[in-house]
Structure formats: structure tokens, C-alpha cells
Design a protein around this ligand. Structure first.
Ligand code: ASP
Length: 367
């Protein structure tokens, strides 16, 4: 994958002179959306996004001011890192006063991780931040890029009768549905309906009109100033359970040098083997100050520790229930929570577990 720094900055003006047009900052990060087929190799490579108007002349006819900037590296989102999340959060913070809303063009592979990260990093957000992308490059005739981008812009600029943003939170818009960002998961790599939200309702559906599911959208909060959290600790691991998992694998993961947190990907409603060696390994890891979170392998439903005997012990060991959180949100939440709390003494562990168990940005529903 080649990367290319993009220096173009395009400003496209609104067209209705009688109204003050809403302003949107579009941040281009890469992904299939902005790729073209290289003639020689037939591989997908990023195109110069400054030429987006060649592909989407209708941007000129929209009644909002659009400014397009790019992150410092244009990437396939498989190369996403926490450093890029920090760059995105800082770009939004720097431009927060100047723009009414933000649209992020992003590869689909890790879009749900980035959306989760931004939902935790942009605290007290009161403006829309909509991530979108495409399954087919914008230069391809049947591409979904055009519809996804234009509708994401429309949603980002939608206001209610009080001129307040309709969706003042971090969302993913894709293939006619608007999802809470930290509830979204990429479930499809071939069809256009790439994203789902198993445990939280769709926030809007775009057909002939865009129907907003208002009771489920974060309400607009007045008088909030954006504060960004940029401390993320990537020293976390994912321990996915499977029948037959060996002591060697579990020990190797739990004894990773520098490790501070583990998302334990359990069965069903949060169940795990009750074998002595396994519970011992977890007890020792918790004793060493590892923050453990129980996330189910089932995309739908929730972790209920203690519902079965096979999860009762986990709660006793201090494993925090992830309730109905997605794996993507759980991983990023661990990084954010650990980034904010560098200590591992008993008091710090209590604070960490408490923070992990509480919803930070609507990413989980607790009873
Ligand atoms: N590999 C691409 C990416 O995530 C896939 C896509 O954009 O759909 O950047």
C-alpha cells in the first residue's frame, strides 16, 4: 500500500444567498472511497483527493460550505493507529469553533474502531461527526461512494427547528443507515450493507427522506465545550476463547511484557471454562494489576456474569462485564481508560474497573 501526503485543501461554497450556509469540515483519511485502479498493476491506490469535484460536481450545488482536508498520511484503514485517532481528534478540536459539523472519509475495515475511539476522545461533543466510506472506489460507475458521502453531508448539516444539530454525536453512515459510531461493526466485506449495530437501534434511515430515530440520538447539550482525551495506552490484548485453548496460549498472552488490559472474548452470555488452570491464570493476572473485560463472541445480546456457573467466577476474579459492548468499542475503551489512569495500585484498579463498567459515550447499556 503506498501512502501519499495530500496538501490540497478544497473549499466549495454554498449556493443559497438568503441563508447562512452550514459549514462542514471533511477530513479525508483514505480507504477504498478515494482509490483508483492503477493501470499497470490493476491494484487499488489512493487518488489525489483534491480532484474530488471531478467525480462529484454536485458538491458545488449543495447549500453548505465544505472544506476538505486530509490527514498527514492517506492510508488503507488496515494501517490505522491510535496516533491517527489523536490526529483526527486534534483536527476536530482545532477547527471546532469554525465548523458546524465534521465528515470523516475512512476505509471501512477499521471504521468502527475509529468511530469508537473518537466517541471516547471527543468529550462533551455537541456537533455531528459522521464517518463514511465506500465498498467500491468513487471512480467506479456502480460505486456506493457518491450516495454515502452526499447523505453523510446532509445528515451532518441537518438542524432542527431551533437550528441545533439533529445528530450531535459520532456516527457511522453507510448504505442508507446511520448508526451510533461506537455501536457499529463491519459485518460485510462484499455487499454494500457493510455495517450493523446489533445492540442499539439505527439512528436514521435514508430513503426518499431521511427519517431520524430521535429518542435514540444523544440530545443536543448547550453550553458544552469540547475537551479531547489524547492519552491512549495500546498495551492491551485480545484473548479469544475457543474449546481446546491451551494453557500455553493463555499464559503467553497474559504474561505479555507491559500488558495492562485484556478483552476476554467469551462464549454466549459471557461464559468461560471453569477449569482450575484457566481461572488460576486469570486470578494471577488480575493480581498483577491486569484490567480484564468480558466481551461476548456473540454480536447480539449481552454479557451477564453470574447467569451461568461458567461466568460466576469471572466476576469474583474482578473481570468487568462488557454488557452489550462491541468488541471494537471494548478494545478502544480499554486503551482510553488505561491511558487516563497510569497507576496500578489497588485504588487505581478500583477506579479503572469502575470507569470500564460505566458507559462513557453510549457504547453500552447497563441494567
Ligand atoms: N481496505 C479498505 C480500507 O479499510 C477497505 C475499504 O475502504 O472498504 O481502507
Amino acid at each position: 500500500m503506498t501512502t501519499q501526503p495530500l496538501t490540497h485543501l478544497t473549499t466549495i461554497g454554498g449556493s443559497q444567498p438568503d441563508k447562512v450556509p452550514r459549514s462542514v469540515l471533511v477530513i479525508y483519511t483514505g480507504g477504498t472511497f478515494g482509490m483508483v485502479y492503477e493501470l499497470k498493476t490493476g491494484q487499488l491506490i489512493p487518488f489525489n483527493f483534491g480532484q474530488v469535484l471531478d467525480f462529484l460536481p454536485e458538491l458545488n450545488r449543495l447549500n453548505f460550505n465544505i472544506t476538505i482536508v486530509a490527514t498527514s498520511r492517506i492510508i488503507d484503514s488496515a494501517n490505522m493507529t491510535p496516533a491517527v485517532w489523536v490526529e483526527l481528534a486534534q483536527l476536530i478540536e482545532t477547527n471546532y469553533g469554525q465548523y458546524d459539523s465534521f465528515v470523516i472519509l475512512h476505509g471501512t475495515d477499521t471504521m468502527a474502531y475509529t468511530a469508537s475511539a473518537l466517541s471516547f476522545m471527543l468529550t462533551d461533543l455537541s456537533k455531528p461527526v459522521i464517518l463514511t466510506g465506500a465498498q467500491l472506489p468513487i471512480g467506479v460507475a456502480r460505486s456506493d461512494a457518491r450516495e454515502n458521502f452526499l447523505t453523510a453531508l446532509e445528515i451532518a448539516t441537518a438542524v432542527d427547528e431551533l437550528q441545533q444539530p439533529v445528530v450531535p454525536e459520532v456516527c457511522v453512515y453507510f448504505n442508507s443507515v446511520l448508526l451510533r459510531g461506537n455501536r457499529s461493526t463491519k459485518r460485510e466485506s462484499v455487499q454494500f450493507n457493510a455495517f450493523v449495530s446489533e445492540n442499539y437501534p439505527t439512528l436514521a434511515t435514508a430513503g426518499v427522506s431521511i427519517d431520524y430515530n430521535s429518542p435514540f440520538i444523544q440530545p443536543y447539550r448547550t453550553g458544552q465545550s469540547l475537551v479531547i482525551q489524547t492519552a491512549l495506552d495500546p498495551n492491551i490484548a485480545l484473548l479469544m476463547l475457543f474449546p481446546g485453548i491451551t494453557t500455553a496460549v493463555v499464559d503467553a498472552i497474559l504474561s505479555t511484557p507491559g500488558l495492562r488490559g485484556v478483552a476476554l472474548e467469551t462464549f454466549g452470555a459471557g461464559n468461560a471454562p471453569t477449569d482450575g488452570w484457566f481461572l488460576d491464570a486469570l486470578t494471577k493476572a488480575a493480581g498483577r494489576g491486569l484490567l480484564l473485560m468480558n466481551v461476548s463472541q456473540c454480536a447480539g445480546g449481552r454479557v451477564v456474569q453470574g447467569h451461568y456457573q461458567t461466568s460466576e467466577q469471572l466476576a469474583r476474579i474482578g473481570v468487568v462485564s462488557g454488557a452489550d459492548i462491541t468488541l471494537e468499542a471494548a478494545i478502544v475503551k480499554l486503551m482510553v481508560v488505561l491511558g487516563q489512569e497510569p497507576g496500578h495500585d489497588e485504588a487505581a484498579m478500583i477506579r479503572l474497573r469502575t470507569r470500564l463498567a460505566q458507559p462513557m459515550a453510549g457504547e453500552m447499556s447497563i441494567d
